[in-house]
Design a protein around this ligand. Structure first.
Ligand SMILES: [Zn+2]
Length: 149
């Protein structure tokens, strides 16, 4: 949303509800926008009118608003990206768990597989054929336990 001098305060706050708290941090007197009276005023007040009343330089106020919005949107998008990466990590972990042989301590790593026994890298332990045995000591699959990290 592009903010200009004729944008109504209410429309800005509707679009960016978090801005209310940011604005109040700038100057306590601005807490008035939280009150019913302030909300009523905000419906009618444009940016230019509000600046005139508060005796603030309009260009400065608009630059500040736009900068705050830009910063907030940047933070939000970074957060979202982090969440996506986190989810992908979790998924990979649940699919690709390591298993340890309780007899000899050999660890089956799904990323490596067990190519000598025909298990391709990337094979989850659950997908290994039941007749597969520990490549080190030869015990069967049911002797393996999930590695808890
Ligand atoms: Zn073993």
């Amino acid at each position: 949303m592009e903010i200009n001098k004729d944008t109504k305060l209410m429309d800005i706050l509707k679009q960016y509800p978090w801005l209310e708290d940011e604005v109040i941090k700038l100057d306590e007197s601005l807490a008035v926008i939280k009150t019913p009276f302030g909300k009523m005023m905000a419906k009618k007040l444009t940016v230019s009118k509000a600046c005139e009343m508060a005796n603030i330089d309009m260009q400065e106020a608009m630059n500040m608003l736009n900068a705050m919005i830009e910063k907030h949107e940047h933070i939000t998008s970074v957060k979202q990206n982090n969440n996506i990466e986190l989810n992908q990590d979790n998924e990979r972990k649940t699919i690709m768990e390591k298993y340890v042989c309780t007899a000899c301590g050999y660890v089956y790593d799904p990323e490596l597989g067990d190519p000598d026994s025909g298990i391709q890298p990337g094979t989850a332990f659950e997908d290994i054929p039941e007749d597969w045995v520990c490549p080190l000591c030869g015990v069967s699959k049911d002797m393996f336990e999930k590695v808890s990290e």
